[in-house]
Design a protein around this ligand. Structure first.
Ligand SMILES: Nc1ncnc2c1ncn2[C@@H]1O[C@H](COP(=O)(O)OP(=O)(O)O)[C@@H](O)[C@H]1O
Ligand SMILES: [Mg+2]
Length: 463
């Protein structure tokens, strides 16, 4: 962006001025001495042609430099982000090595670009000098045979010298043009990436949703070679609680990402309150869907800001009320500045359970009719899980809730449990129904109960 900006603010004007200067000077030189002027003008197209061919090489080299530079940034960012893991595994040297490699590649690319660029000036300078030498030689001959005055030749020579200055400048400017073009391409590719999910021109405001969700023969894949969802059929009534389970990578998160239209199905429809989700305007639709994910990301700012992130116009009272319901009020008050305490960039100073409870408070102020919980307790220990589950219980009241859970005890009481496997709904029913059915869910449940024997289960198995 910097390159494009500086091109627009400085280079554009000089290009215009240089072009006008060249046109004016050619006029004056033609007037002074027609033959000589033709020499200068005749050389110019070749010069510009050479420069144009050159531009491509410079552009490629510049592109390489930019790519290598972003590589350095990603290596650096990754290393800093995972600094705890890096230290824990004692991999500082390895990370440094990675940075070294990326830096060397960037230096090499930069040197190569320099080499290409540095060829330009000498070649132009030699051409100009040859031109001047020719005029000097022919001019001297003309003066000796009295066909031209010394004054006329002097004036012409000084003009010729000045003439190549804007041509040279213009030639140099091609670097800047090439860089700006590369920058523009990279910006464009990011802008284009943002239009994957289009909003229909006649999309309407969904109003206040009741929260009925129907999947009709939905298929979806990120990569056409590998279908993730094959044929999903599912009906969720307003206010129902649905539990979703199944093997990792089975497409659970993918199914739920179709509801807020992070992606659109490749086949079939997702109906929300009876209408295709694509009929609705994106923002009003998403504003009625709340999320609590496996890990709540906290933004740099105060606790209050972070809760209000769910709904920016939430009042201070609503925020405190939400925090109380989310079992977060007490630990917030214990912090040095209460609700105005700053949390770090990634909330490093808070525990996982505390972050989840802030995430729940955020979802409570959002007050959306549809709620998506994607393994909200997966990363917690049993103690904080209890506090979080309590908070979730209050959050879920009166909403359509879809919970993805790895730990099946979390979704045991759901109105309906859905088992996703192989891109289809392999089983659905209540806990008891699925246990009686005695297939995938029952098997999963037995394995988990066996791994951490819950008291009631051991009582059942050892009557
Ligand atoms: N953004 C993505 N781009 C490409 N593939 C993805 C993406 N997200 C998930 N997948 C792939 O889709 C499949 C289903 O993933 P996911 O829905 O996250 O499963 P689950 O939540 O059940 O563990 C996996 O094979 C995963 O690798
Ligand atoms: Mg998932």
């Amino acid at each position: 962006m910097g390159t494009v900006q500086s091109f627009a603010s400085t280079a554009l004007l000089s290009i215009l001025v240089d072009s006008l200067t060249i046109v004016g000077m050619v006029g004056v030189m033609l007037y002074l001495n027609f033959d000589f002027a033709l020499v200068a003008v005749g050389v110019t197209p070749f010069l510009l042609m050479f420069v144009a061919r050159f531009k491509k090489a410079v552009k490629n080299a510049t592109h390489e430099v930019r790519t290598r530079q972003s590589d350095i940034v990603s290596v650096l960012e990754q290393g800093l982000e995972s600094v705890r893991s890096v230290k824990a595994f004692g991999r500082q040297d390895m990370e440094e090595g990675r940075l070294d490699t990326a830096s060397m590649k960037s230096v090499e690319a930069a040197l190569k670009a320099r080499r290409v660029k540095s060829l330009l000036s000498p070649i132009v300078a030699v051409t100009v000098s040859l031109c001047v030498a020719f005029v000097l030689w022919r001019g001297a001959g003309l003066i000796l045979s009295d066909a031209m005055t010394v004054g006329a030749l002097t004036v012409f020579l000084s003009y010729l010298n000045k003439f190549f200055k804007p041509v040279q400048d213009l030639a140099k400017m091609t670097n800047v043009i090439a860089q700006a073009a590369v920058g523009m391409e990279r910006i464009q590719s990011i802008l284009d990436a943002d239009t994957i999910i289009p909003q229909k021109p006649d999309a309407r405001d969904p109003g206040k949703l009741k929260g009925e969700i129907v999947f009709e023969h939905v298929a979806f894949s990120y990569d056409p070679e590998q279908p993730v969802l094959r044929d999903i059929n599912l009906t969720i009534k307003p206010g129902q609680r649905i539990g979703v389970c199944g093997p990792t990578g089975g497409g659970k998160s993918t199914v739920l990402s179709l509801i807020p239209r992070f992606y659109d199905p490749t086949v079939g429809r997702v109906l929300i309150d009876g209408a295709d989700a694509t009929e609705y305007q994106l923002d009003p639709l998403r504003s009625q869907i709340g999320f609590v994910l496996q890990d709540t990301v906290l933004f740099a700012g105060t606790i209050r800001d972070n809760i209000a992130y769910g709904r920016l116009e939430a009042t201070p009272d609503e925020i405190v009320e939400a925090a109380k319901m989310a079992n977060a009020h007490d630990f917030i008050l214990q912090m040095p500045h209460g609700y105005d305490s700053l949390v770090g960039e990634r909330g490093l100073t808070l525990s996982g359970g505390q972050r989840q409870r802030l995430g729940i408070a955020r979802a409570i102020v959002r007050n959306s009719p549809i709620l998506i919980l994607d393994e909200p307790t997966a990363a917690l220990d049993t103690e904080s899980e209890k506090l979080v589950m309590e908070a979730l219980e209050r959050l879920m009241a009166g909403r359509t809730v879809i919970t993805i859970a790895h730990r099946l005890s979390t979704i045991r009481d759901a109105d309906k449990i859905v088992v996703l496997k192989g891109g289809i709904v392999a089983e659905e029913g209540t806990h008891d129904e699925l246990i009686i059915r005695n297939e995938i869910y029952a098997e999963l449940y037995r394995i988990q109960a066996g791994a951490t024997p819950a008291p009631e289960v051991s009582a059942e198995t050892q009557p």
